[in-house]
Design a protein. Structure first.
Length: 141
């Protein structure tokens, strides 16, 4: 009986790239959820929160995910399809913010009001935490 020899060569490059992109996206969503939470916690009565409109409007978006925040700052849950970021982020990008018109005045202050930052603290000093989230997702590949 003749020996049977079978050789299969496969290129897993596409699968590896897809797995890597999915891991990065999952990490960005987790980081976005954390940053959104930190930004919302930074707003409290007397420190940028009067009605809750600004706090409720804080959301994040990645190339594949839009957090279910509220563009108009209302307390009603917005549908994912209702979210319209100014620009859809590129793969590997994360944007956290709000479209409430007075948000920049709260964040940076004015000549008559001191700054009450809420977005800056969501990232400031959190590099190690966010790196660890990314590392966790990449180690799971």
């Amino acid at each position: 009986m003749a020996d049977i020899y079978f050789e299969m060569k496969t290129n897993n490059k596409i699968r590896i790239i897809d797995d890597l992109a999915q891991a990065v996206e999952a990490a960005l969503v987790e980081i976005g959820l954390e940053a959104e939470r930190y930004a919302k916690e930074a707003l409290y009565p007397g420190h940028g929160k009067d009605t809750g409109r600004l706090q409720n409007s804080i959301t994040f978006v990645t190339s594949g995910y839009h957090s279910p925040g509220n563009e108009d700052g209302s307390s009603a849950q917005a549908k994912k399809s209702d979210m319209k970021p100014h620009k859809t982020p590129d793969v590997g990008d994360l944007a956290v913010g709000t479209n409430v018109e007075y948000a920049s005045f709260v964040e940076m202050g004015t000549s008559k009001m001191s700054a009450r930052p809420f977005l800056t603290p969501a990232f400031s000093g959190k590099n190690e935490q966010y790196k660890n989230i990314l590392k966790k997702h990449l180690e799971n590949l």
